[in-house]
Design a protein around this ligand. Structure first.
Ligand code: SAM
Length: 319
């Protein structure tokens, strides 16, 4: 069975990118009164303790959300000669850092809502972020296959007493989530956020999005993916772009890099793997408001979450 547990990674740089995009997208979609259905194909446990054993073991939140909540620190200098598509953040001076961009400030506001006593002991995963923003007449469909996380998700969601507004399904999100498309109100946001621990996840994302678009061409689709040295990961955004373009749909692609992907060897001959260096969000039918919001937020994410001089971002759109 699966070994990936999101609790080890909650609040890391990938969650910062993903959840900032998710909130900015939802904020726009919720401006219209008509009911919205949100489908989260890979929900995780829903809510995480950043002071708990899991998060403490990996320390990933310390390089993600906790850096944004902490007072500003200077980041490493930019890489000279970075390709034009991958913009390198300007070197900030701690004391002259600009106020947070709207999308990033809004993300922090949502995380703070879960921590009324300050700090960030609790980190909301996508199910709790979405529920926090939804109105009573909107719906949320959650898929989680891991037996332990599905149980935890169930228990966490039960506390919300949301009744029929939220459905938790211990089922395969790739195989079953399209059954909710199109929803009765014909307005939906689908978040597809697999762990990619199985190589076939990349192909399954593509099959899932192709099928979803066939059933419901006007839905908004948001796919998170890791940027790692693996051909499938490299191909995924390219293929999603081709799919969107062929379907005549608009798309947006945002990436955030926080460090080099190079495996290094120290003087004692020990090999050091860098962990996840970068990730991307690919959206089909994104809100028109998203690009300007990310254009302001991404440089700040790269600047403030930089772990070395390779920190960078990119933002592209079409259709
Ligand atoms: N979306 C969550 C968030 O932003 O808080 C994080 C999700 S985590 C990256 C991916 C989750 O997908 C894991 O909890 C894993 O157990 C679950 N999973 C893996 N394969 C799945 C599948 N085929 N269907 C549904 N869930 C799956």
């Amino acid at each position: 069975m699966f070994s990936y547990r999101h609790a080890f990674h909650a609040g890391n740089h990938a969650d910062v990118l993903k959840h900032t995009v998710l909130i900015a997208t939802l904020d726009h979609l919720l401006e219209k009164e008509a009911a919205l259905t949100v489908v989260d194909t890979h929900a995780g446990a829903g809510l995480y303790r950043l002071d708990g054993d899991y998060a403490g073991t990996s320390g990933e939140a310390a390089e993600g959300i906790l850096r944004l909540l902490a007072p500003a620190k200077a980041a490493p200098a930019p890489v000279p000669g970075a390709s034009p598509a991958r913009k390198t953040p300007k070197k900030p001076a701690a004391e002259t850092q600009a106020p947070l961009a709207d999308a990033l400030a809004r993300y922090l506001e949502v995380v703070r809502d879960f921590n009324p006593n300050g700090g960030a002991r609790v980190y909301p995963g996508s199910p709790f972020i979405v529920h926090h923003l939804l109105r009573e007449h909107d719906k949320l469909k959650l898929f989680e296959l891991h037996p332990t996380d599905a149980r935890t998700l169930d228990a966490n969601i039960a506390q919300l007493e949301a009744g029929r507004q939220i459905s938790v399904l211990r089922d395969d999100g790739f195989g079953s989530a399209t059954k909710f498309l199109p929803p009765p109100s014909r307005r939906a946001l689908v978040l597809c956020d697999p762990s990619y621990e199985i190589k076939s996840d990349y192909a399954r994302v593509l099959d899932f999005v192709a099928e979803a678009l066939k059933r419901f061409a006007t839905g908004t689709y948001a796919v998170w993916y890791p940027i790692i040295p693996r051909p499938e990961a490299h191909d995924l955004p390219r293929r999603l772009k081709t799919m969107a373009t062929k379907a005549g749909k608009s798309w947006l692609h945002a990436t955030l890099t926080v460090k080099s992907s190079k495996i290094t060897t120290d003087a004692a001959g020990a090999t050091h793997r860098p962990g996840l260096p970068a990730s991307g969000m690919f959206l089909i039918n994104p809100p028109y408001t998203l690009k300007p919001l990310l254009a302001a937020a991404l440089p700040q994410m790269a600047e403030r979450l930089a772990q070395d001089r390779n920190a960078a971002f990119s933002l592209d759109s079409g259709g």
